[in-house]
Design a protein around this ligand. Structure first.
Ligand code: SF4
Ligand code: SF4
Length: 198
């Protein structure tokens, strides 16, 4: 079985999920959980209406990033009852985690304490396939989407002066694009900047 850190290749396997109610890791709170998530350009349309899309260097790759919070606070869409207030419109990373595509394989993060390969909770993966309730089209043709994102970034970084630093979250310097090149993804990037106060 292929593994990458805590991520396990689901091929041919079953995994179960017990839900978030009793978990201390609190993914939605930047003080203990996630603050940034890498994006592919296909994600932009499901992200820009709620979160800033910026650019930054993570794992030696300059890439688009979704900014979930400032690194010291919960997601602004996390309700008092720990429910997501934009549940039906939450971004793909929130929909899929602890499942994640890796090129054309699918992995599950075993560091999520609610993930198990024993029958505890509800099935998220059966015989290597993500079940319908947890499925998202992001998982389809993921290599092609990565290539599309790489080509987009390659075009943008032709002139590195076209990036302006706007902040720092969890030690990652974050940039917006101020160059003249334009396309639908950059329009969504610019529209997303209205959320920078997050
Ligand atoms: S680590 Fe897993 S169980 Fe805990 S909040 Fe995140 S998704 Fe839920
Ligand atoms: S959008 Fe919802 S699921 Fe995603 S981090 Fe915010 S509160 Fe959590």
């Amino acid at each position: 079985m292929q593994t990458i850190g805590s991520y396990l290749d689901v091929e041919g396997r079953d995994f179960y999920f017990q839900g978030c109610a009793n978990c201390d890791k609190r993914c939605c709170d930047g003080r203990v959980g996630f603050s940034l998530a890498p994006l592919i350009v296909d994600d932009f349309v499901e992200v820009y209406k709620h979160f800033p899309i910026l650019f930054g260097n993570v794992n030696d790759v300059f890439r688009p990033l979704m900014i979930l919070n400032d690194g010291n606070s919960p997601c602004s869409y996390l309700g008092a009852n720990a429910q997501c207030m934009i549940y039906e419109e939450r971004p793909p990373a929130c929909r899929l985690y602890p499942v994640s595509p890796f090129f054309d394989a699918v992995f599950v993060d075993s560091s999520c304490p609610s993930v198990s390969d024993e029958i505890i909770g509800e099935a998220i993966v059966q015989e290597g396939k993500v079940v319908e309730k947890f499925y998202h089209k992001r998982l389809e043709h993921f290599s092609d989407k990565l290539e599309r994102t790489s080509a987009f970034m390659k075009r943008l970084v032709e002139n590195i002066c076209d990036f302006e630093m706007v902040g720092n979250v969890s030690g990652v310097l974050l940039y917006r694009y101020v160059g003249e090149f334009d396309n639908e993804w950059l329009e969504m990037h610019r529209a997303s900047l209205q959320h920078l106060q997050i």
